[in-house]
Design a protein around this ligand. Sequence first.
Ligand SMILES: [Zn+2]
Ligand SMILES: [Zn+2]
Length: 321
Amino acid sequence: MTEAALEEFNDAKFRRKRKNGTYEVIEAPDLPSFIADTHAHLHMLDDPAFSIARAACCDVRFIEQIVDICEDDLAVFDNIAKWTRQAAVKIPSMTTVMYCCKPAPRVPKFRFAVGCHPHNAKDFDAAAEARLLEVLHDTRVSAVGEIGLDYHYDLSPREVQREVFRRQIRIAKQAGLPVVLHLREAHDDGFAILSEEGFPEAGTLLHCYNLGPDELQRWIDAGCYVAFGGPVTFKKADEVREAAKITPLDRLLTETDAPYMTPEPMRGMKCGSEHVVFTAAKLVEVLCEDDPFAASSMLGQVYENALRLLDREPTPWQREV
Ligand SMILES: [Zn+2]
Ligand SMILES: [Zn+2]
């Protein structure tokens, strides 16, 4: 089931496919704040413009697009701009809501994180590093990532992953940019390397956090931002929800990791940035016990956190020619 097939409906409703092939409409949470998706690979969707338009209709106003320096075509920068223009054209025909008491949908602002994913560490040679340094000078880039260690798939030798992670932490610090971390079954080594290198002053974002509060504590103590995505909504993920509860409000973030990690109740469908609203709604349920005033203040803060960390001014290094 692709999101392109959903386009036949040409609206912003969420639909989940039933076993008999028909669709059931899933009510979208009505959230009292703009929402940010701090981690998306939208170029992997069949129809990114449609997803961007749907995200706009859900009040998603900021998206950090991830670009892999070894794997992705750098045309993604221009393509995001093109898809955003196409989304703006689609929006008016996609919603029938009268926007008298809330702002009309607007396409989200995009910034970019660029780095070498640990899967591709084996390909991060001198040429890739030079390419990364050049791309980071683009002032649309606001972070180095996703970088880190993935010992689950081990698609690159662990020794190489650690070395490439180290090199990219140094690059981020040189550039004055935050890092977006991908760590899977490798939190001890990841924490040790960051402690040795020093956590970047511009910030460290632990992406797609899917473990419990015990692991999280040292990252919080080190000053990291923590982004929660689909896993915080999964039925068996009480540990992850406990982790959200100990995350300081001024370092809490929402994300999707689209096209992966679709949140409940949409699991089984391909994930787009619009699905971040279900993750945000779960955080409201867990952290605010559905108190509407608390929800508004919490989500407002989470959105501001994303802008503060990722919609940053160009660094002095980026302005160097
Ligand atoms: Zn990741
Ligand atoms: Zn990712």
